[in-house]
Structures are given as C-alpha cells and as structure tokens.
Design a protein around this ligand. Structure first.
Ligand code: PAN
Ligand code: ZN
Length: 192
C-alpha cells in the first residue's frame, strides 16, 4: 500500500519570506499583477466616468504580489492584494471579482491596511458584504464569488491564501456582476 507520505504533488523546499504588516509589502514576491482603470471596462455602473478616468492618465487600480508555488492540489497559494482608493463616479474602486474555477475551494483574506468590504455572491443569488478593516479576517467559503471594495482614502491591503489549484473564473462575474454596488456620496456610504 502507498504510504500517505509518498508525494502525489510537487515536492518543493520549504521557504520563508517577510511581509511588512503595516504596508503589505512582500519583497520576496516574484509575480506582480497590475490592473489599471482601462482593465476595468464594463465593471462599473458609470461607463462614462470610467472612460474619463482612463483618459485622465489611466490610474493604477490594484496590484497582486505573489511568491508562486506549484498550482497543484495540496499546495497553498498566498499573495498580497493592494487596491487603490478612488471612485468611478460615486462608486468605490473594486477588484474584478471571480469564482474559483475549482468552485469548491475557499479563501482567507486578512486585512492589513485600509477599510472596505469583501463582497461575496453565491450562485443562487445570495449576497453578503463583510467589513474589511486592519486586523479583520474574512473567510470566503467554497462556491462564493468574491470581490474587494475600497471605501477609504488609502489603499486596501489584504493577505490572501487559497488552494493553489483553485484557478480564477472571471467570466461569470464579468457578464453577471454582483447584486449590489458600494458608493460614497458626500462622505456617506451607500450599498445599493
Ligand atoms: C485574490 C484576487 C485579488 C485580485 O488574490 O485575485 O484580490 O482580484 P481579482 O482576481 O478579482 O482581480 C484572490 O481572490 N485570489 O483567488
Ligand atoms: Zn479568489
């Protein structure tokens, strides 16, 4: 009989790396994903406001920093996600949001800086928004699409961990969106 310690996934060496818990900076990251306003076409309620933002310098929207591991069953991917503050019209900057391709995979988000929400949507139309604030962790259960939303005036920084073979399904959210959006008008948050 095969021993439970016989590897069925890539064997790699253990490693450690620093994460600045104030800023989220992870100098050991070797993957750097960048999304600018022009990567967000179709995601916000006000297309014209997004076009104006793109014409006005196409500002940075969010970044993901990773020290990748094999995308295989058994490994855990971890990253730092940095979502800039800003509005498209009155709507708060947000990430695209996705289901995991392997939909029965969860994710943890630990907020290191800033304030906002983790919006989550299930396939039956259920919707939740969990507050993100430094020191608060959000558990995204299997089958829930997820998107971060920055309601503050500083970057929303989180540390995320999820099964390395989860994959990202953006298509369903790109076409269906989430049931609610988060706005700030005259300093007041509105979720509608
Ligand atoms: C996160 C997200 C990250 C960027 O690492 O990928 O916050 O958001 P989008 O992927 O929606 O653009 C995660 O949830 N990984 O599974
Ligand atoms: Zn995810």
């Amino acid at each position: 009989m095969m021993s439970p310690l016989t590897p069925t996934t890539s064997l790699i060496e253990p490693f450690g790396l620093e994460i600045d818990l104030e800023t989220g900076s992870m100098p050991g990251a070797t993957n750097h994903l960048v999304r600018r306003a022009s990567d967000m076409c179709g995601y916000y309620a006000d297309d014209e406001a997004l076009d104006a933002l793109i014409a006005d310098g196409d500002p940075l929207h969010y970044e993901v920093f990773e020290r990748p591991v094999p995308e295989e069953d058994g490994h855990l991917m971890f990253c730092v996600s940095v979502l800039q503050p800003g509005r498209v019209g009155d709507e708060c900057f947000m990430t695209k949001g996705h289901y995991h391709t392997k939909a029965n995979t969860a994710e943890t988000y630990l907020c290191l800086r800033g304030e906002g929400y983790m919006a989550m949507k299930a396939n039956d139309g259920s919707w939740r928004a969990e507050r993100m604030v430094r020191g608060r962790m959000v558990y995204v259960p299997p089958y829930w699409a997820h998107r971060s939303i920055n309601t503050a005036g500083e970057p929303l920084v989180s540390h995320c961990v999820y099964p390395a073979d989860a994959g990202h399904n953006y298509g369903d959210i790109a076409s269906q969106g989430f049931p609610k959006r988060v706005y700030v008008r005259d300093g007041q948050e509105a979720i509608e």
